[in-house]
Design a protein around this ligand. Structure first.
Ligand code: GLU
Length: 526
C-alpha cells in the first residue's frame, strides 16, 4: 500500500456545547496530526436537523481558538475537500446511496413508524435484519414495479444497508487491538431518509472520511459499537484499501463512583464540563466553562492530554503542546476509562499560573479587585501577587468539607489579599491566633514598636528588617505575631517587613494605632 499523508478529522455534531471529552478527542487528533506532519480537518456533522442547536458551531470554534488547537482545513478554515458541513453535501451523498442501491447492497424500506412499532410489539427484541426483513415492506419483498410506483407517488422511504449475516467483522483498533464481531448481531441500519433527503450519520461519516482521504479515525469509545458497520460500509463501497485505521479513546469516568462523566457530576461537585461558558438558547440555562472559571488554556490542554494517555514513567506531567506533539502515541493510550480528577485540574492550573510572570496575573487580579470595590495600580497588584501566589487557601468543597489547596485561580486571591487594600476594622477576640498573641502587655509593646518605626525613613522590607530585628533582639521581644494582628487582623499574610513596606509608613502606623486602641481597650475592660 502506498504511504498516505496522515489526515485526521474532528467531526462534531452541533447539538450543544462541546463536552470536555470531545475536547480531548480533538486534542488527540491535533497531537497526532502535528506529530506526523499531517492535516487536521474540522467537519460539521449536522445531518440530524432535529438536533441542531443554534450557536453550537460557533461555540466549538471559539473553544478551540481559546485552547490553541488549530485546524488545517474545514468549516471556517477552507481547504480542497469541501464543503465541510454535511448539510451542504446532500448531492454527494445521494450519489453514493444510489451506488449501494444499484449494487444490491442497500434497499428501500417503506415501513411507516406505526408498522415498525407494531412489529416491535409483536416480536420480542425486534431488529430489522436478515431474520425479519422479509416480513417488512421493502424493495426486497415488494415487486419492482410496486417499488417504482411508491417512489414515483412520493411515498416516504428510507434506504437500509443490507447486512449479510454470519460474517466475521474485524475492527483493527490501534488502542484496543483486534475486535471481532459476527455480522448477525448487526441490524440493517438506515443510511438515508427521503423525508429530509439527508443521509444518516453512518453513511455521511464513511463517505466523507473516504472523500476527505482520512487515514485515522480517532474518536470516543461511544463510537466503537458503530465501527463494525463502518467496516462493512467500506467493504460495500470497495474502499477497503484506503479504510482509515481506528482508534477508540477510553471513556472519561466520574470523579467518584461508577459510570461516565456527566454534566451532573460537574454541577454536583462544582467543576465545569465544558471549555467555555454556555448559554442554552432553549432552556436559558447557563453552564460554567473552564475559561470563565479562571483556567489557563495550557493547563486545560495538559490536564486533558493525560486523561487516557501516559507518556511513560520518567516523564514530567507538565508538558507543553510541543512536548506533547513529540511524545504522543496512540499505542500508549489506555483501554480503561480515565477518571476525571478535577482536583488535579486545579493543580495543573496552579502550576501554569506560577509559570507566568507576576505581571501576567495583573489584568485578571485587577478585575477581581474592582469587583470588590478596590482600585490600585498594576505595580502594586503585581507586588501582592508576588507575595501571595504561593499561599495555601482554605475552602469548603461542594460536599461541605473544609479543604486546603494552593492558589490555583486568580480568584483565589480574594479574600486572601483583602487586607493589602483594606485596613482591618474589627478583631476577632475569639480567634486562636489573636488570643494567643495579644496579651496584657501587647498594646504597650506595639506602641514602642510604632515609635521605633516612626523614626525610620527607609521603609523598605530590608530597611525595616535591619531596624526591627536588632531592636527586638536587644529588648528580648518577639513582636511579629501581634504586629501581624495589627496590620492584617488575623494570623495570615506575607512576611511582615514586606507587608509594612507595601503599606508604607503612614498606613502601617495608622493600623497599629487602631489595633492598640481597639484591642487594648477590650483587654483593659476585662
Ligand atoms: N459526529 C460524531 C460526533 O458527534 C463523530 C463521530 C466520529 O468521529 O466518527 O462525535
Amino acid at each position: 500500500m502506498r504511504e498516505r499523508k496522515v489526515r485526521v478529522r474532528f467531526a462534531p455534531s452541533p447539538t450543544g456545547p462541546l463536552h470536555i471529552g470531545g475536547v480531548r478527542t480533538a486534542l488527540y487528533n491535533y497531537l497526532f496530526a502535528r506529530q506526523h506532519g499531517g492535516d487536521l480537518i474540522f467537519r460539521i456533522e449536522d445531518t440530524d436537523s432535529t438536533r441542531f442547536v443554534p450557536g453550537a458551531e460557533e461555540y466549538i470554534i471559539e473553544s478551540f481558538q481559546w485552547l490553541g488547537i488549530q485546524f488545517d482545513e474545514g468549516v471556517g478554515f477552507g481547504g480542497n475537500y469541501g464543503p465541510y458541513r454535511q448539510s451542504e453535501r446532500k448531492e454527494i451523498y445521494k450519489k453514493y446511496v444510489a451506488q449501494l442501491l444499484d449494487a444490491g447492497k442497500a434497499y428501500y424500506a417503506f415501513d411507516t413508524p406505526e408498522e415498525l412499532e407494531a412489529k416491535r410489539r409483536e416480536i420480542e427484541n425486534f431488529q430489522y435484519d436478515a431474520t425479519t426483513r422479509h416480513l417488512m415492506r421493502n424493495s426486497l419483498t415488494l415487486p419492482p414495479d410496486e417499488v417504482q410506483r411508491l417512489i414515483a407517488q412520493g411515498a416516504q422511504y428510507v434506504v437500509r444497508f443490507l447486512v449479510e449475516p454470519g460474517h466475521e467483522v474485524l475492527v483493527d483498533d490501534l488502542i484496543r487491538g483486534e475486535v471481532r464481531i459476527n455480522s448477525s448481531i448487526l441490524d440493517d441500519k438506515v443510511l438515508y431518509k427521503s423525508a429530509d433527503q439527508l443521509p444518516t450519520y453512518h453513511l455521511a461519516n464513511i463517505v466523507d472520511d473516504h472523500l476527505m482521504e482520512v487515514t485515522h479515525v480517532i474518536r470516543g469509545e461511544e463510537w466503537l459499537p458503530s465501527s463494525p458497520l463502518h467496516v462493512l460500509l467500506y467493504e460495500a463501497f470497495g474502499w477497503q484499501d484506503t479504510m482509515p485505521r481506528f482508534a477508540h479513546l477510553p471513556l472519561l469516568l466520574k470523579p467518584v463512583g461508577n459510570g461516565k462523566l456527566s454534566k451532573r457530576d460537574g454541577d454536583r461537585l462544582g467543576f465545569p464540563v465544558f471549555p467555555l461558558e454556555w448559554h442554552d438558547p432553549k432552556s436559558g440555562e447557563t453552564s460554567s466553562g473552564y475559561r470563565e472559571k479562571g483556567y489557563l488554556p495550557q493547563a486545560v490542554v495538559n490536564f486533558l492530554a493525560l486523561l487516557g494517555w501516559n507518556p511513560g514513567n520518567d516523564q514530567s506531567e507538565l508538558l507543553s503542546m510541543d512536548e506533547m506533539v513529540q511524545l504522543f502515541s496512540l499505542e500508549k493510550c489506555s483501554r480503561n476509562g480515565a477518571r476525571f480528577d478535577y482536583v488535579k485540574a486545579a493543580w495543573f492550573n496552579h502550576q501554569y499560573l506560577l509559570r507566568q510572570p507576576d505581571e501576567a496575573w495583573v489584568p485578571e487580579f485587577d478585575k477581581l479587585l474592582r469587583q470588590n470595590g478596590i482600585e490600585s495600580t498594576p505595580e502594586r497588584e503585581a507586588e501582592v501577587v508576588r507575595m501571595m501566589k504561593l499561599k495555601v487557601i482554605e475552602y469548603t468543597d461542594n460536599e461541605g468539607n473544609r479543604k486546603k489547596r494552593n492558589v490555583s485561580f486568580i480568584s483565589d486571591l480574594w479574600p486572601l489579599t483583602r487586607f493589602f487594600f483594606v485596613a482591618p476594622d474589627s478583631f476577632d477576640r475569639d480567634d486562636k491566633f489573636v488570643r494567643k498573641n495579644w496579651k496584657d502587655d501587647t498594646a504597650a509593646e506595639m506602641q514602642k514598636l510604632a515609635a521605633l518605626l516612626a523614626t525610620q525613613d527607609d521603609f523598605t522590607a530590608d530597611g525595616l528588617r535591619a531596624l526591627v530585628d536588632p531592636w527586638a533582639e536587644a529588648n528580648g521581644l518577639r513582636p511579629w505575631n501581634a504586629w501581624r494582628i495589627c496590620l492584617v487582623g488575623a494570623g495570615q499574610g506575607p512576611d511582615m517587613y514586606e507587608l509594612a513596606a507595601f503599606l508604607g509608613k503612614e498606613e502601617t502606623l495608622a493600623r497599629m494605632q487602631y489595633a492598640v486602641e481597639t484591642l487594648g481597650q477590650v483587654d483593659s475592660n476585662n
